[in-house]
Structures are given as C-alpha cells and as structure tokens.
Design a protein. Structure first.
Length: 196
C-alpha cells in the first residue's frame, strides 16, 4: 500500500501465513473416502523433497465435478523450507504390516487355468520349482506385493521376464553366485536360465 491510499470496506489488506505448519489440500477419489481417517500418515513429494504429514481432516462432501473428496494434511515445516501454494503428490498410508514378506510384482505369475498365482523359486541344486502363493496387500504404484503364504524369508525367486521357464529347469545366477547367502530377502538378485 502507498501512503494515503484508501481501501474499500471489507477488502483484504494482507494475509498472514503460519509457515511452521502448512496445510496440504489434496483431492482423493471418492471410492477411497471410507479408507481415510484422521491421523493417518501421508508420504508426499513437494519442491524436490520427500516429506511426511498427517491427515488433519476430511471433507464430508464429494466434489461433483471430479468425484473426489478433499483431504487436509498438516505438514511440519520447520525452517520454512516449503512455500505456500506449492504443488505436491503423495500417498496416504492406510495400513502398515510388520514382518511381511514383500516381493516385486514382476515375480508373480498367473497360471492359465486360473489357479492361485505362483512364483518360480530356486530349490535344491538351483532347480526351479513352482511355488503357489497367497497375496495380501498389493501396491501397484510401487510394484510390490505382500506374500502371506507360500514363501519364507530367504527364499530365492525369479523376478521379471527372463524367457520361457518351467519347473525343474536348472538355472545359473548371473554374476557368478552373488546372493548365495541365505540372508537375502526374496526377490533380490538377478536370475537367468543357463545358456544352451
């Protein structure tokens, strides 16, 4: 404002922003509204940084133009690193599972008969065996899946498209035997069938 300038009645003169805690307003598809609760953690990226906040409140109405609800997330902003009106993308953590066996989605195969999904596991003598698995949480954006039955920690599995595979095939481990120790997590290390 300039010295002597007049302001219309009811006009905003300035805006005060509390920058130590910001509020993120995010649109979430209405079909997921029932899964969102106050207090849930939110992981998101803004201004080139990975951040975490908590759901503060959820709008009780659905926006009819885009069929979404607005979720408000409180974001700690010590030092004012984030600025108001920044663009952010993120995910709400709806559930956490401790002690889960998690594998890359690229390891999961579907049989043609519609049976349970399965993975190829390295068995005795580095021979492939078909291991039927029961899946829990599947995180499509992260390309991982929880295995609730069918694998044990330390099992070595085939990940990705490595050609035609079948039970009983012998495989060699690329890189001369890396990952042979029994303390590797399932789905780690690259595997390929032996050369003819």
């Amino acid at each position: 404002m300039e010295n002597g300038e007049h302001v219309a009645r009811g006009a905003d003169m300035f805006t005060v922003v509390r920058s130590n805690v910001l509020e993120l307003a995010a649109a979430v598809p209405a079909r997921q509204a029932n899964e969102i609760k106050v207090g849930q953690r939110v992981h998101f990226a803004a201004a080139g940084r990975d951040l975490e906040g908590r759901v503060a409140r959820v709008s009780p109405t659905i926006d009819p133009t885009n069929r979404s609800i607005t979720v408000y997330v409180q974001v700690p902003n010590a030092g004012g690193a984030l600025k108001g009106n920044s663009f952010a993308t993120g995910r709400i953590v709806s559930r956490t599972v401790d002690g889960a066996i998690v594998i890359p989605s690229g390891a999961i195969r579907q049989s043609q008969g519609g049976d349970k999904p399965f993975v190829y596991r390295l068995g005795a003598g580095d021979a492939l065996e078909r291991a039927p698995v029961s899946l829990g949480i599947v995180d499509e954006p992260m390309a991982i899946a929880e295995v609730v039955e069918g694998l044990n920690v330390g099992d070595r599995i085939i990940v990705g498209n490595v050609g035609t595979l079948g039970a009983g095939m012998k495989v060699t481990i690329a890189g001369g035997g890396e990952g042979q120790s029994g303390n590797r997590e399932p789905g780690t290390g690259n595997r390929r069938p032996p050369s003819p």
